[in-house]
Design a protein around this ligand. Structure first.
Ligand SMILES: NC(=O)c1ccc[n+]([C@@H]2O[C@H](COP(=O)([O-])OP(=O)(O)OC[C@H]3O[C@@H](n4cnc5c(N)ncnc54)[C@H](OP(=O)(O)O)[C@@H]3O)[C@@H](O)[C@H]2O)c1
Length: 274
């Protein structure tokens, strides 16, 4: 089953397969497993060093190009006009496709004026290197600016989002702009497995804490999520979430865990978070 969410008329599969830290054959086989398990959205990045292996998995899957949604991200040292477009050509060659579905700026970078980078991103879009464009790790202020200066819609803001972080400000801002939110680290890098509240809810439905977390995501409008696993069994069960549903009260109990406000990804080059 493939759930989708629609933004600016674009259907985006709600559950995508994350590939950060999946290297070589693990990325190749992981993507293949994910396709077999029904995922139709794959997330990679220039910085992951695995575009070639992700591309092999997609090619081996025998899916037609229009049957899956593929995202890659430009690393922040390629934000100058010309550098960006050239880096995308290289990504496409590694991925073995003519275009990606979504091209993101991986992180904000104030060493290069945003006007120049967004114009280059729009140029990549006009050249047909990508069907859509977006950003990642943008705060409300940065997202607002990106949307204002971009000709093409900013389809998503990919941010850290899981039950233990409060991202309500960015989610509200994105929603007001029509931009989707794509959740990275949706499983809090495995930490959802050990949370007692999620664990109790999981017992009640006879499913795993990861499956409960995945349900919590797919029951939120406008949110896409990218669970990652190196194991075939996890890849399969993480998308086996369509024969149960969380009650409004269970949804609220999980949302309340965000009071911990735990940020897992916070590199020195990150912005001043909301
Ligand atoms: N834009 C950005 O700056 C950015 C930053 C970070 C991540 N991302 C994207 O978001 C994706 C997901 O984030 P993430 O990779 O950090 O973490 P994640 O999906 O939150 O968690 C991955 C971890 O959870 C474990 N796991 C997965 N399924 C499990 C299951 N059923 N039972 C037990 N453990 C399970 C995995 O271990 P096993 O391998 O053992 O299953 C792995 O250690 C990335 O792969 C990447 O595509 C983007």
């Amino acid at each position: 089953m493939t759930l989708t969410t629609q933004h600016f008329g674009v259907e985006i599969p709600t559950v995508g397969f994350g590939t950060w830290q999946l290297e070589g054959a693990v990325a190749h086989h992981g993507v293949l497993e994910a396709i077999h398990a029904g995922y139709r959205h794959i997330d990679t990045a220039q910085a992951y060093g695995n575009e070639e292996f992700v591309g092999r998995g997609l090619s081996d899957s025998q899916l037609q190009r229009d049957e899956y949604f593929l995202t890659t991200k430009v690393w922040k040292d390629k934000y100058r006009d010309g550098d960006l477009q050239q880096s995308v050509e290289i990504s496409l060659e590694k991925l073995g496709v003519d275009s990606v579905d979504l091209l993101l700026l991986h992180w904000p970078n104030d060493d290069v004026p945003m006007e120049e980078t967004i114009a280059a991103l729009n140029d990549a879009h006009k050249q047909g290197l990508t069907r859509h464009i977006g950003v990642s790790n943008f705060t409300t202020a940065l997202l607002d600016k990106a949307v204002r200066i971009s000709e093409a819609p900013i389809l998503t803001n990919q941010i850290e989002y899981h039950p233990f972080i409060d991202q309500s400000a960015v989610i509200e801002a994105a929603s007001a702009l029509g931009t989707s939110i794509t959740a990275y680290c949706p499983l809090a890098q495995g930490k959802v497995m050990h949370d007692p509240v999620i664990g109790e809810i999981a017992k009640g439905h006879d499913v795993s804490p990861v499956q409960v977390t995945m349900r919590w995501f797919v029951q939120q409008p406008g949110v896409i999520c990218l669970p990652r696993s190196s194991k075939a069994e996890h890849i399969r069960t993480n998308n086996d979430i369509y024969d149960f549903a969380l009650t409004p009260d269970e949804m609220a109990q999980i949302t309340e865990l965000n009071r911990q406000n735990m940020r897992l990804i916070n590199p020195g080059w990150g912005p001043d978070w909301d």
